[in-house]
Design a protein around this ligand. Structure first.
Ligand SMILES: Cc1ncc(COP(=O)(O)O)c(C=O)c1O
Length: 365
């Protein structure tokens, strides 16, 4: 199967096999060395010298940790949304008793840093901003450096969901002064699902210490204190740490700038190939993601027929649309362990699927 969804992504054989190694004591010296290597490697990918913890949970667990440690009950926070995953931050803030003030942009477009700046300027009570870097549901990448400049210019805390970008797209945590940044193992990291990464700035720790929200499993201070002793507070998913320890050297052998360049090259090829088939891209020009491409379902064809036919007839798995985009778009994932051949095979599968479904591209002007 050519797994062309935006996560879980394919896991290289050596990474998968590393996960099958004999179990070790998670309170013993082998694990202490393992987690320290993993944290050091993850910090390198994050381009940060700040604290970083690795949680046994999916990406949403990392988002939940960010909210539970930094948003107090009753607190009003700005949540910038451009799609389904931004709305998840809204729901999480509500679940923990905070009051989300949503600044919503149309699906398919990116957030405008000037409007974020204006929202913060008129409402000094909003001390924290939550934003999605790469909106996997729409295939849009937000201009994070500019957003960070706006938020930091107003001296606020910035929490970023970089789950489907960090490790595939350049995210400069320290240079851009991002306070809390979440990522997830099943995306560009080339590891199976189940680990979330959370980095924390000194300012984030100050807010964390004051935050009145109850927390236990996801108490980031406990995770940091344990990490300094080469442990996790609770039993970790040891096989996923083995996998991460095998995947990180692969990323570094390629070189992170080359990893980012490869993702950009593949994304450009997918965008060009899809348009050559007479299809339209969903995301606005200039903000299209280098990890996932959202493609409009052409008129007269059922969205679910595309993903079903591609899977059953052409052994290629694409993702459908989520939420209000169900049936309107399908998504081509090109993040993580992806070769030129995988991209070409994905494009070929789209072409054959459409032919089978009787789609003829409109004549192009
Ligand atoms: C941008 C973004 N945020 C959050 C999530 C949620 O992560 P998980 O499904 O690992 O909980 C995902 C994963 O699909 C994502 O792409």
């Amino acid at each position: 199967m050519n797994l062309r969804i935006p996560g879980p992504t394919p896991v290289p054989r050596e990474v998968a096999e590393a996960g099958a190694a004999e179990m070790i004591n998670h309170r013993g010296p082998e694990f202490a060395e393992l987690i320290q290597r993993c944290i050091a490697g993850a910090k390198q990918v994050y381009q940060t010298q700040r604290d970083l913890v690795i949680l046994t949970t999916s990406g949403t667990g990392g988002m939940e940790a960010a909210v539970a440690n930094h948003v107090s009950p009753g607190e009003r926070v700005l949540v910038v949304t451009i799609g389904v995953f931004g709305k998840r931050f809204v729901e999480l803030v509500q679940a923990y008793g905070g009051q989300p003030v949503e600044l919503a942009f149309d699906f398919g477009t990116a957030a405008d840093p000037n409007r974020i700046d204006a929202a913060l300027a008129t409402d000094p009570e909003l001390r924290t901003v939550l934003v999605t870097h790469n909106e996997t549901s729409t295939g849009v990448t937000n201009p994070l450096a500019e957003i960070a400049r706006a938020v930091k210019g107003r001296d606020r805390l910035l929490i970023v969901d970089a789950i489907s970008s960090l490790s595939s797209i350049d995210v400069r945590v320290d240079e851009w002064d991002l306070d809390v940044v979440v990522s997830g193992s099943q995306k560009g990291w080339m590891v199976a699902p189940g680990l979330a990464f959370v980095s924390m700035s000194p300012r984030a720790w100050e807010v964390q210490a004051r935050c009145a929200t109850p927390r236990y499993y996801f108490d980031l201070r406990r995770h940091q204190v344990s990490a300094e002793r080469g442990q996790t507070p609770w039993t970790p998913a040891v096989p996923l740490f083995f996998q991460l320890d095998a995947a990180l050297p692969m990323l570094f052998a390629e070189g992170m700038p080359n990893v980012f360049a490869r993702h950009h090259r593949h994304a450009e090829r997918v965008r060009e190939g899809v348009r050559a088939l007479g299809l339209e891209l969903f995301a606005a020009e200039g903000h299209r993601s280098d990890t996932v491409t959202a493609i409009k379902v052409p008129e007269g064809i059922e969205g679910s027929a595309i993903t079903r036919t591609a899977r059953t007839d052409f052994k290629t798995v694409f993702a459908g649309g989520q939420g209000s985009l169900t049936g309107k778009i399908f998504r081509f994932g090109h993040l993580g362990w992806v070769t030129d051949a995988d991209v070409e095979a994905g494009l070929d599968a789209i072409e054959r699927t459409l032919a089978k479904l009787g789609f003829t591209a409109p004549a192009r002007a």
